[in-house]
Design a protein around this ligand. Structure first.
Ligand SMILES: *[C@@H]1O[C@H](CO)[C@@H](O)[C@H](O)[C@H]1NC(C)=O
Ligand SMILES: *[C@@H]1O[C@H](CO)[C@@H](O)[C@H](O)[C@H]1NC(C)=O
Ligand SMILES: *[C@@H]1O[C@H](CO)[C@@H](O)[C@H](O)[C@H]1NC(C)=O
Length: 312
């Protein structure tokens, strides 16, 4: 009989070891895409196994995930930008905690959590620059991409996400869709320098990328919202399950994400937070760090794979 813990371990191995193993084999892009799908399906299946898991924390701690030293090697000398709302900020906390340890993070938390502001830190030990850019609306993310385009200076890793503010304060799904498409166009405009996507599209022809470095792009997905737990009447009224799905559909239809042929790999906070459930949140929107830590592991594994497939 397969116990809950064994099942958890099995799923954890599939999610975390398979990518590490594959990374060594210099995957082609198609395989990488296939792999992303496989990862997604595994996680989706995981959700249906939820009742069998003692807790997501046991699930995570049981797996040999990437440790501080692996992450340090992977991020050594790189410039990482995380842009978006409080969900993105929680991704920054997870990343800093992995690299600097919880004591290190306690020291910087005051600055990082200054309401609605940017934050920047240089982790001297590994020469990693990390910027958090407060960009609560999709339109703010577009402004950011325009800034990079203008300065011709790009981070190595760009993680971004928005949607909750658009949902709460603009509350017009049509406009959300429009701003996502504008963002996609602007992200694509950043890419000729560097993307693995464009490297493939060139087909080895005349338009070979001149880039010396790859730009790795990730989308921090919206969390699952537990309407009854939301902490204001306005949120409860505007952020319903129906509105959430219409926003999610708009995202899927915007071709911003790899799943729909776009440039950004989605970190599925929605799925992971659903997996964790009401016991992992006190306001139905911000979840315990285990959710963001898991998303970070997925991000690092994807990065490991991408770093192993340099364009020709
Ligand atoms: C980072 O990379 C540099 C040179 O590539 C190396 O000398 C250094 O030891 C690395 N640091 C860590 C912490 O991996
Ligand atoms: C974000 O975008 C909104 C709407 O376009 C704008 O009012 C606001 O000033 C921007 N905020 C930041 C931090 O760029
Ligand atoms: C939503 O935005 C669209 C496009 O800007 C506009 O045409 C429409 O009237 C708006 N809907 C509402 C309910 O305000």
């Amino acid at each position: 009989m397969l116990g809950a813990v064994q099942l958890g371990l099995l799923a954890a191995c599939v999610v975390l070891f398979v990518p590490m193993g594959m990374a060594g084999w210099h995957l082609s892009r198609n395989k990488m895409l296939f792999f992303s799908c496989a990862l997604f399906i595994t996680l989706a299946v995981g959700v249906h196994l939820t009742p069998y898991f003692p807790s997501i924390s046991a699930f995570l701690s049981a797996s040999e995930k990437l440790k501080k030293s692996d992450a340090s090697d992977l991020l050594n000398g790189s410039w990482v930008v995380v842009a978006g709302d409080s969900q993105s900020r929680l991704m920054v906390v997870s990343l800093l905690e992995l690299i600097m340890g919880s004591e290190g993070v306690e020291k910087v938390k005051g600055d990082l959590f200054k309401r609605h502001s940017d934050y920047s830190v240089m982790v001297e030990e590994i020469g990693m620059r990390l910027d958090f850019v407060w960009a609560p609306y999709v339109a703010n993310l577009t402004q950011l991409t325009l800034r990079y385009k203008g300065s011709k200076d790009f981070p190595d890793i760009l993680m971004m996400g928005a949607g909750l503010w658009d949902m709460l304060h603009v509350n017009n799904v049509t406009e959300f869709g429009v701003s996502l498409r504008v963002l996609r166009d602007n992200v694509l405009a950043l890419l000729p320098v560097s993307s693995s996507l464009v490297a493939d599209a060139g087909g080895g022809g005349v338009s070979e990328p001149k880039a010396s470095h790859l730009l790795h792009l990730f989308w921090v997905g919206m969390p699952t919202l537990i309407t009854s737990m939301l902490n204001t009447a306005e949120k409860k009224e505007r952020m319903t399950t129906a509105v959430y799905s219409s926003y999610d559909n708009e995202l899927a239809g915007s071709n911003l994400l790899r799943q729909s042929g776009g440039p950004l790999l989605k970190l599925d906070i929605g799925l992971l937070s659903e997996f964790c459930g009401p016991r992992c949140t006190s306001d139905g929107m911000h979840y315990d760090e285990v959710v963001y830590n898991t998303a970070l592991q997925i991000m690092l594994n994807a990065l490991l794979i991408e770093s192993n497939q340099k364009p020709q």
